[in-house]
Design a protein around this ligand. Structure first.
Ligand code: B3K
Ligand code: ZN
Length: 872
């Protein structure tokens, strides 16, 4: 496929100032008339032809300034429209196209989801609606008239503010006109038409604007939209206080649809959501679902400034809106919940997805330099590592300067399409600092390593802490990164506050050279270093600390993140040794159990959510990442099981007591708030460990919990525990669950996922059977991700079966889906990412499946791109 390169960026030769769309919705024969006010770009090439993008379009009519365009003056086909000699002055094009929303299985452009008309235009779906300059640096003011059958589509929504609505007499049809006063790129265009229930509330902005916030959902599900509606309101209020950003239209609409390729989309004034991230009730949603809904609602809302008011010049700048907006939603969630616990969740996610991506064949810089298919670059690297870069910037320049820089960025770039350079220059302007070395973070793939080692001098009472940074694959000429290291020292009895170093300012040391060291004065006893507090940089830390020193951090570090990190490192060390077959009779595990016991004694009831994190061991993926090469997923699984069993046995009494103490009083009303969720999380972490140590007791406890559950979190946790314990009880519980939720597709997704993750030989067969279940559909992205996605991303032993049956299952699904929905197929393909680090037998099996996929005729560009890069 042709490659698009950042270095080839050129301004558009034409601009579009205004767009008037007339969309007549019909299930199979939708007519779109676009009236475009165009003009030559004074900064572009004079007399250039006008080349409009198109994808799968049928042109019905074309007029320029009111005249039909002569056949020899243009060329149009499904994939574009060229006007050979466009006027050298402002002119108007009127383009009529026809489309079939029902046949649109790619879920890009205008399509139907359970009968509801909706759109998805990012990154390049608008060209599937009309011919256009479909690039983010062409900003226009849109007016949209939507017309549809009144019975089947009583609700008609567009971007911006509603202007006018009415009947089309004698036709059974009606229309609505929407006007969006703020110029925007085409990827932010949206419309919706359908039968939907509405819940709404009013909000008054700090500028005094009255805003009507509304959430639209499938009829009958209005009561499940209350939490999302509340989250929008909290997001609006938070962006005012935290960033001084007010909403700018009279209405803010959120629509939930059931067929959606990703989580949600930030279309101006009309966010469209995967209903999984809107609908919630205690009976159907887990605490994790509530948290995800809150975060994604916030994320899309925050795009209104970071993405919409200031958009991206080109798709290479995607992190400019995505990394920044993830950072903003993470800050929001941290303020709404527990900051320490949220940080742990962020880092778990970063390590599980971004570190793995960055270590494999799909690694790319946060600002990629080239792409064959842009939709494959909505990655953990662009989003999550992108957010870490913004966070590091704040750590480097401090909170007040960061806020001033953000204000400056929004002020200087409002209404424009910006670049990463524009972003950094706003912070240079307010701080007077040169950020050119810092910018290196955007340019290269790979997770940096920082080796940290300390030397204590008892006579001088000094402690020298040395740092050395390296980057995988970076040549000797690669400039070092600017790495903020939040650091402190901890002694046997607690934090060493008396120790100081001139190189540490406000708790932060800045590592700018390949090697550097700092010296703490006034250190009475040999300390334990605590670097990268709060995970101050997205690096892998290499430190020679032994388990005893790490357990000192677990006990005394004032930084919660590093307390958790210490426990994780000890667990990783124990599991990695066991998986490599190095484990002897380990006193190490006993010391770990004892430390956790002591920890729980003082902390479990003070902060149950944090304690649950401490008890949750690193996942199999992280362990594979730690081992690095020639990994054996079965050995990894057994090592993790062994440690879970050990913790469950060693902490048995305490965990049992905790479960009793933390039980909700009978009849208590459900609340999704962080404190209640934290109590549930700790009870369920305890259940998991008890069951690991004692299958019989675990089965009984899980059954009782399912029986008594008054919410989905507890019910599903019980089921997840049973899922790991083969036998009658499990199958009976699965059957009962499916019966209870037969009419709840989003709950059945959880049921599919739990079974897809069973780490047993029978799972491939089970999945093949589930693929024929009436509730399963290869055309619905949520169903596919639940069954096939969970299997390939969250069931390492079975996906990576030595006989290749897991790889075959994924390959078959990818090929079955690719023709209809290439984006979904390509997303599934990324599960092959870590294939090269497998042991030789599995590696060969994965490679042969990948080669078979690449050799398949008529493969989409999306899948071809992932498969070829995976093999490169
Ligand atoms: N911006 C969208 C993602 C679009 C993905 C296109 N393949 C959602 C978000 O990040 O907010
Ligand atoms: Zn986003």
């Amino acid at each position: 496929p042709p490659t698009v390169r950042l270095e080839d960026y050129r301004l558009s030769d034409h601009l579009i100032d205004r767009v008037e769309l007339d969309v007549r919705l019909d299930p199979h024969d939708t007519r779109v008339t676009a009236t475009l006010a165009l003009r030559p770009n004074p900064a572009g090439r004079a007399a250039a032809p006008l080349v409009l993008d198109g994808d799968d379009l049928t042109l019905l009519a074309l007029e320029c300034d009111g005249q039909a365009v002569a056949p020899d003056a243009y060329r149009a086909d499904a994939s574009g429209l060229t006007l050979h000699r466009p006027p050298q002055r402002p002119f108007t094009l009127r383009i009529e196209t026809r489309l079939d929303p029902t046949a649109n299985t790619k879920l890009m452009g205008l399509y139907r989801s359970s009968g509801v008309y909706c759109t998805q235009c990012e990154a390049d779906g608008f060209r599937r609606i009309t011919y256009f300059l479909d690039r983010p640096d062409v900003l226009a003011v849109y007016t949209t008239r939507i017309e549809a059958d009144r019975d089947s589509a009583p609700v008609l929504l567009g971007n911006g503010n509603p202007v006018e609505a009415g009947d089309v007499p004698g036709t059974g049809r009606h229309y609505a006109v929407w006007h969006d006063p703020l110029p925007k790129p085409a990827y932010l265009f949206a419309l919706v038409g359908g039968r939907l229930d509405r819940v709404a509330k009013s909000f008054t902005t700090m500028e005094g604007r009255a805003v009507e916030i509304a959430v639209y959902v499938e009829p009958g599900k209005g009561d499940r939209a209350a939490y999302a509606l509340d989250a929008v309101e909290r997001s609006m209020a938070w962006d005012e206080t935290a960033f001084g950003r007010a909403y700018d239209l009279d209405v803010f609409n959120v629509v939930a649809v059931s067929d959606f390729n990703m989580g949600a989309m930030e279309n101006k004034g009309l966010n469209i959501f995967n209903d999984k991230f809107v609908l919630a009730s205690p009976e159907t949603a887990t605490d994790a679902d509530y948290a995800a809904i809150e975060a994604i609602i916030a994320h899309e809302y925050f795009h209104n400034w970071s993405g919409n008011r200031v958009t991206c010049r080109d798709w290479f700048q995607l992190c400019l809106k995505e990394g920044l907006t993830v950072f903003r939603d993470q800050e929001f969630s941290s303020d709404m919940r527990s900051r320490a616990v949220h940080r742990i969740a962020e880092v778990r996610n970063l390590r599980a997805r971004q570190f793995v991506e960055d270590a494999g064949p799909l690694a790319h810089p946060v600002r990629p330099k080239q792409y064959a298919e842009i939709n494959n670059f909505y990655t953990a690297t662009v989003y999550e590592k992108g957010a870490e870069i913004v966070r590091m910037l704040r750590t480097l320049i401090g909170e007040p300067a960061f806020r001033a820089g953000m204000d400056r960025y929004f002020a200087d770039n409002d209404g424009t399409a910006a670049t990463v350079e524009d972003f950094l220059s706003a912070f240079e302007a307010v701080t007077g600092r040169d950020l050119s070395s810092f910018a290196e973070w955007y340019e290269r793939p790979g997770t940096p390593r920082v080796a940290v080692s300390g030397t204590y001098d008892p006579a001088a009472r000094t402690y020298r802490l040395a740092f050395r940074q390296t980057r995988p694959g970076a040549g000797a000429d690669a400039p070092p990164l600017v790495i903020p290291v939040r650091v402190g020292l901890v002694g046997a009895e607690g934090p060493l506050d008396g120790a100081t170093s001139g190189r540490v300012e406000a708790g932060v040391f800045v590592l700018e050279a390949a090697e550097d060291a700092l010296t703490f004065e006034n250190v009475a006893d040999e300390p334990v270093p605590s670097p990268f507090r709060g995970f101050s940089a997205p690096v892998r830390v290499e430190s020679p600390l032994d388990a005893a020193a790490r357990l000192t951090l677990l006990r005394h570090d004032p930084d919660s993140f590093n307390r958790w990190e210490a426990a994780q490192r000890v667990a990783l060390g124990l599991m990695a040794a066991q998986a490599r077959g190095e484990a002897s009779e380990d006193a190490g595990a006993d010391a770990f159990v004892a430390a956790l016991d002591a920890f729980l004694d003082t902390e479990a009831l003070r902060d149950p959510a944090f304690a649950a994190q401490i008890l949750t061991l690193p996942g199999e993926g992280e362990l594979a990442d730690e081992i690095g090469t020639d990994t054996d997923p079965d050995a990894i699984f057994s090592a993790r099981q062994a440690l879970r069993r050990r913790l469950g046995a060693g902490l048995r009494e305490r965990l049992t007591r905790l479960r009793e103490t933390l039980a909700e009083p009978a009849g208590a009303a459900f609340s999704p708030d962080a404190a209640s969720a934290g109590r549930r999380a700790l009870r369920n972490a305890a259940l998991d460990l008890i069951a690991a140590a004692d299958a019989e007791a675990g089965t009984a406890l899980a059954q009782a919990q399912i029986e008594a559950a008054t919410n989905m979190t507890d019910r599903l946790a019980g089921l997840a525990t049973l899922a790991l314990l083969p036998g009658e009880a499990r199958e009976a519980a699965l059957t009962a669950f499916a019966g209870r939720y037969a009419d709840e597709p989003l709950v059945l997704d959880k049921w599919f996922a739990i079974q897809a993750m069973i780490p047993e030989d029978g799972t491939v067969t089970r999945i093949r059977r589930l693929q024929t279940h009436p509730a399963f559909a290869m055309t619905n992205p949520n169903r596919v991700r639940s069954l096939i996605g969970s299997f390939s991303l969250a069931n390492p032993t079975q996906f990576n079966r030595p006989d290749g049956a897991g790889f075959d299952l994924l390959a078959e699904a990818v090929l079955a889906i690719d023709g209809a929905n290439p984006q979904l197929a390509a997303r599934l393909m990324t599960a092959f990412g870590p294939w090269r680090r497998l042991e030789p037998g599995r590696r060969a099996a994965a490679e042969s499946v990948l080669r078979r996929i690449v050799a398949t005729p008529a493969l989409s560009r999306d899948v071809t791109d992932i498969a070829t890069r995976s093999l490169a």
